[in-house]
Design a protein around this ligand. Structure first.
Ligand SMILES: [Zn+2]
Ligand SMILES: [Zn+2]
Length: 136
């Protein structure tokens, strides 16, 4: 338990040291927002973060936070999210597959099973190509 600043409204609150860094009030709003985005991605599975934002009005920061929390997965490597350990661009979460594997080896069994993330995919073919074009 520690005092943290809410990432949405900036008030100080008692953070239980797990889960999103949001005050109880914003946690509720955040869940409601996440439901909207999840429903939107269910109907439009090939949407980028910007398209989700344009269609739902949910702030990009929230979408990025869910990506970092591993609740959303972007199939587009934008470089916005990077591995906290080695700096590699990643789709979702805090660590790249390699570092996660290393971490899992070091602390086997310590990590809780993550929630099944919702997938996000860019519509643009150009961005898809970027992913396929390796070493060029
Ligand atoms: Zn708040
Ligand atoms: Zn890494």
């Amino acid at each position: 338990m520690s005092v943290q600043k809410c990432k949405r409204c900036d008030i100080l609150f008692q953070y239980p040291d797990t889960g999103p860094q949001l005050c109880p009030n914003c946690t509720k709003k955040d869940e409601a927002d996440f439901d909207i985005v999840r429903d939107f991605l269910h109907e439009h599975p090939l949407s980028s973060g910007q398209e989700v934002h344009d269609a739902t009005g949910i702030p990009i920061e929230s979408i990025l936070r869910w990506l970092k929390d591993g609740r959303l997965i972007s199939l587009e490597i934008t470089g916005i999210i990077r591995c906290e350990n080695c700096g590699e661009p990643i789709f979702s979460g805090k660590l790249c597959t390699e570092c996660r594997y290393q971490l899992a080896k070091d602390f086997s069994g310590a990590a809780a099973k993550p929630e099944e993330p919702v997938q996000m995919q860019p519509k643009s073919e150009k961005r898809g190509m970027q992913f396929l074009k390796k070493g060029n």
